[in-house]
Design a protein around this ligand. Structure first.
Ligand code: V07
Length: 251
């Protein structure tokens, strides 16, 4: 690992030093697939398909850099409002991605996870992701966490519901509720908060993504459309992160 990083250190444009503060959890809003396609007079689904190939590249590079958790916003609770054909196409991407890349992910010791309301996905999508989760559950390397039918307000609403149910059945008293109680009921329980959020394609908002978990994260934005996002862009974001000091509200 040491000499590999050293080799790349000399050969890459954005240097990441061995003693750098590598973000352990990186979250990405993969935006701009539709605009990428439009620019080329292609259908939107062509952009999504190209975006899927970028996912593979960025997963590989993240693992190489030493990122421990990579969370990718693949489908939001709002995305159901898109045209039916586009939604149907998007729902086939997890299956296509996994049938192509799952063997590589297994070799690379990556653990696949999903956060979001899985029950509302088409059965073929659920089957594909469940199989990947099952086949990688004992992997000890990078966690690849796909936000699929995920919305932060939906996540918080579910958390409040289950906390309320525990109060009602007597297993929890309101006076015992702490920040950690809420954290334990979120879909990210057990994962540390993202250190770095990346959003592509020039939009500068959170769009209902990990509102609780991003409270102290560094944000990094680029105008680049997701299908054009490269390993070098990721290294640029990570090396800028490594240079920024973080104070957590202290002095
Ligand atoms: C999707 C490609 C990336 C750009 C954003 C929208 C389109 C990979 C997955 C995926 C999800 C779960 C999983 C394995 C792969 C995916 C959707 C859309 C819905 F276990 N890319 N990708 N899922 N796009």
């Amino acid at each position: 690992m040491l000499d590999k990083l050293f080799f790349r250190k000399k050969s890459q444009e954005h240097k990441i030093d061995l003693d750098d503060n590598i973000p352990s959890h990186v979250a990405i809003i993969m935006d701009g697939n539709g605009r990428w396609a439009k620019k080329r007079a292609l259908p939107r689904i062509a952009g999504h398909h190209e975006g899927m190939k970028t996912v593979r590249k960025i997963v590989k590079e993240s693992n190489f850099i030493g990122i421990k958790v990579l969370t990718l916003y693949a489908f939001s609770t709002e995305n159901w409002k898109r045209p039916r054909e586009e939604v149907d196409f998007l729902m086939k991407l997890p299956g296509e991605f996994l049938s192509t890349f799952l063997p590589d992910l297994i070799k690379e010791n990556v653990q696949v996870r999903i956060m979001g309301k899985k029950e509302l996905l088409p059965l073929h999508t659920i089957k594909a992701v469940d199989q990947a989760i099952e086949q990688t559950k004992n992997n000890s390397g990078m966690i690849l966490n796909f936000a699929l039918n995920y919305g932060s307000r939906d996540e918080m609403t579910s958390a409040v519901k289950s906390i309320a149910a525990e109060i009602k059945n007597g297993t929890l008293d309101p006076s015992q509720i702490k920040e950690s109680t809420i954290e334990e009921h979120l879909m990210t329980h057990g994962l540390k908060d993202p250190d770095l959020l990346i959003r592509t394609s020039g939009e500068v908002r959170l769009s209902n993504f990990m509102l609780w978990q991003l409270a102290y994260s560094e944000f990094w934005f680029t105008d680049v459309y997701w299908p054009d996002f490269s390993e070098n862009h990721l290294r640029e974001a990570v090396s800028q992160f490594a240079q920024r000091g973080r104070r957590y509200g202290g002095v």
